[in-house]
Write a protein that binds this ligand. Structure first.
Ligand SMILES: C[S@@+](CC[C@H](N)C(=O)[O-])C[C@H]1O[C@@H](n2cnc3c(N)ncnc32)[C@H](O)[C@@H]1O
Length: 293
């Protein structure tokens, strides 16, 4: 990332509304990317993971399971090529190329993460194309992919209809789409809870979240078919206690690299999330759909 992008990102992080939303997202990963790499042991995965066992200590295994679960519906269609939107540091796309032998393209708005993806694929000896670009305006040809998936990335997109329109455009006729992400859960909540969610959203550089029903409706309005919703809050956010243990295990490194309070702040957010999960107006969902043939 060049210095100008870094400065835009940092300014966007500190002063919301100063610049495009994307600048805040870049700034967020610029500041906290290292903490996530510590937490995820530089595995190339940056998501909650998916496990039926909330006490698991194998968080990397859970992150592998996440991409397997998400792409399971794509496997019902033709074998590749697939697009991974918001591909992070490349772990999921490289795993699919290795395990499934599928041709995968990873798209990410963050140039420094794209560089990490390319380096990871080279190190693992897998063939994956990584492209820098915005999910809401993809620099990709129409009708290219038989499968498009996205994991824990759309929560960052301010223009979700534009993203869905782009997914529909780049899918081949008959191609399948799978989205797995944190969503809004319509619930009556107290003012205090609402403020907590707003603060969390701001800290995590997220515009307003969509609910699972919003995603399903957005897909249907673009003509996508066979839209199915699966709530997976338990298998994903249910792993928060395991992430707290993981955070504690890298506490020393976080304290060395970040100002005082960062470790405690991150821990506090995770503890609140884990303690109040049942009543919170957020959850995690897998929504799948198909473009008509
Ligand atoms: C929480 S990470 C998840 C990464 C990956 N999907 C995984 O499961 O490990 C979210 C990713 O979305 C990317 N992202 C955010 N906004 C984006 C946008 N508008 N277009 C493309 N990528 C975006 C971020 O740069 C980051 O890499």
């Amino acid at each position: 990332m060049n210095r100008l992008t870094q400065l835009r990102g940092l300014a966007g992080l500190l002063i919301p509304g100063l610049d495009a939303h994307e600048a805040r997202t870049l700034g967020w990963y610029h500041v906290y990317g290292e903490m996530f790499r510590l937490l995820c042991e530089d595995s190339g995965f940056l998501d909650f993971g998916w496990s039926e066992d909330p006490d698991t200590s194998d968080l990397l295994g859970a992150q592998h399971e996440m991409v397997r679960q998400v792409t399971a519906s794509l496997q019902a269609g033709p074998e590749g090529p697939w697009l991974d939107v918001g591909c992070g540091e490349g772990g999921p796309a490289c795993l699919m190329a290795q395990e499934r032998g599928v041709q995968v393209t990873g798209l990410n708005i963050n140039a420094s993460q794209v560089a990490m993806c390319i380096e990871r694929a080279q190190r693992l000896g897998v063939q994956v194309d990584f492209v820098e670009g915005n999910a809401q305006e993809m620099p990709l040809d129409s009708g290219t992919f038989s499968g498009v998936y996205t994991i824990e990335s759309p929560l960052h997109y301010p223009d979700k209809p534009a993203f869905l329109a782009e997914v529909t455009r780049v899918l081949k006729p008959g191609g399948r789409f799978a989205l797995c992400d944190i969503v809004r859960v319509p619930r009556d909540i107290s003012l205090g809870q609402a403020m907590g969610v707003e603060l969390g959203r701001w800290l995590y550089a997220c515009p307003p979240l969509w609910s699972a029903a919003d995603w399903a409706e957005g897909m249907r309005s673009l003509g996508l078919e066979d839209v199915e919703i699966m709530d997976c809050t338990r298998q994903t956010l249910g792993l928060t206690p395991a992430w707290i243990r993981q955070l504690d295990s890298v506490k020393g490194e976080i304290r060395k690299r970040y100002p005082p309070g960062v470790y405690q702040g991150a821990r506090r957010i995770l503890v609140e999330l884990s303690a109040r999960l049942e009543g919170l107006p957020i959850g995690y969902t897998l929504v799948t759909a198909r473009k008509p043939a």
